[in-house]
Write a protein that binds this ligand. Structure first.
Ligand code: NAD
Ligand code: MG
Length: 390
């Protein structure tokens, strides 16, 4: 029986994770659930899964959750605040951690799980983009297992040899090909993007996801973050990582080998597949996802991405090539710009402009520990806010 901590259990990935766990009560028990503000939803999850701990953002939310749990006679212990997230993610009783908090807020707890040698199921790509080598070092030093949950990276993981040891050359890897849906604006003219609304931007054609990642998909910053994520996960240089638009989202990514072989992982676009793969690895379990019917799909199309159309993708490649603090700055500035867009403070096409200006202005430096990473993150956020205000 594996004991699982789900960080961000009320989010899109969190809910899908609990859906898979509920299908296998003989294999998984829930050790801890965490949410930021959605206390009622968390209380319902506690009633269903009876975790040892539940973590919320504030003391006020904790009191509210305690009352709800008492009404239902649930004995789950309630904790709150960022430190509590790290505690549950690194507790000895916990075997595996689903890191599914969105954005930089997820880094400390994801890193705590890495340091504690847990099986880390990583959905929180921003954590890896921000901390890069530091995160990989923590995994290696503790002997933790890092399993990618992002569908593309999970696909690549499945297409690489079992014995893959972070040396692409040794394994005959020619290219890693990340597929991208192209998001909701793939076929719109550039000029028509000036006035798109947040609701149009989050209406993804193939996936139902949280609002932040949905906007990232529309700008293709999501794919840019994924290029950086792939670099850290598989130790491949930027030149070896390619992006290919594939509007059906049936092929989740591919690995092209030196002998001409290309291996792809396919399936219906449903995050329960990579989640089930991560939970059961190296075994396979039922995820609740319907089998892929290729006769119904009929066509698989591919288009090379246009950097002019998706400047965020180009910014992300540039950040990866620059290295050091550049990806941390990119991520922080993107989080601020996306939130400003969602709040109606800037237009859609301002997102990449804010990021470009911040990348241009801040000096690049080495980030040797988590404090340095958060200092850089804060600096980039402050400058982004300033640019948005003026
Ligand atoms: P979401 O917005 O639906 O859920 C986010 C979760 O994080 C919620 O449980 C929320 O309570 C929690 N949270 C938010 N801010 C927090 C804070 N400051 N402190 C503590 N907890 C906080 O997001 P999502 O779509 O589930 O995405 C989660 C992560 O997984 C993101 O990093 C995203 O990039 C990644 N991811 C998501 C998908 C997907 O299909 N949704 C696919 C691949 C990767
Ligand atoms: Mg993805």
């Amino acid at each position: 029986m594996q004991k699982i901590c789900v960080l961000g259990s009320t989010g899109s990935i969190g809910v899908s994770t609990l859906d898979v766990i509920a299908r296998h009560p003989e294999l998984y028990a829930v050790f801890a659930l965490t949410a930021h503000t959605q206390v009622r939803k968390l209380a319902e999850q506690c009633a269903q899964f009876n975790p040892s701990f539940a973590v919320v953002g504030t003391a006020l939310a904790a009191t509210e959750l305690q009352l709800l749990l008492r009404e239902k006679n649930i004995t789950t212990e309630v904790l709150y605040g960022p430190q509590a997230l790290c505690e549950v993610a690194s507790a000895t009783e916990c075997d595996a951690v689903m890191a599914a908090i969105v954005g930089a807020a997820g880094l400390p707890a994801s890193l705590a799980a890495a340091h504690a040698g847990k099986k880390v199921l990583l959905a929180n790509k921003e954590a890896l983009v921000m901390s890069g080598q530091l995160f990989i070092d923590a995994i290696q030093a503790s002997g933790a297992t890092l399993l990618p949950i992002d569908s593309e990276h999970n696909a690549i993981f499945q297409c690489l040899p079992q014995a893959y040891d972070r040396r692409p050359q040794q394994h005959g890897v020619h290219k890693i090909i990340l597929t991208a849906s192209g998001g909701p604006f793939l076929n719109r003219t550039l000029d028509s993007l000036d006035n798109v609304t947040p609701n149009e931007a989050v209406a993804h054609p193939n996936w139902v996801m949280g609002r932040k990642i949905s906007v990232d998909s529309a700008t293709m910053m999501n794919k840019g973050l994924e290029v950086i994520e792939a670099h850290w996960l598989f130790n491949a240089p930027a030149e070896q990582i390619e992006v290919l638009i594939h509007p059906q989202s049936v092929i989740h990514s591919m690995v092209s080998y030196l002998d001409g072989s290309v291996l792809a992982q396919m399936g219906n676009p449903d995050m329960r597949t990579p989640i089930a793969y991560g939970l059961a690895y190296p075994k396979r379990i039922n995820s609740g996802v319907a089998p892929l019917d290729l006769a119904k799909v009929m066509q698989l199309n591919f288009i090379a991405p246009d950097f002019k159309r998706f400047p965020c993708l180009e910014l992300a490649y540039a950040a990866l090539k620059t290295g050091r603090s550049a990806p941390t700055i990119l991520n922080a500035s993107n989080e601020i710009a996306v939130q400003a867009f969602l709040d109606g403070k800037i237009g859609f096409r301002m997102i990449d402009q804010v990021i470009a200006r911040v990348m241009d202005k801040l000096s690049i430096r080495e980030l040797s520990d988590i404090d340095a990473i958060f200092e850089c993150d804060q600096e980039a956020r402050a400058l982004s806010l300033e640019i948005i205000r003026t």
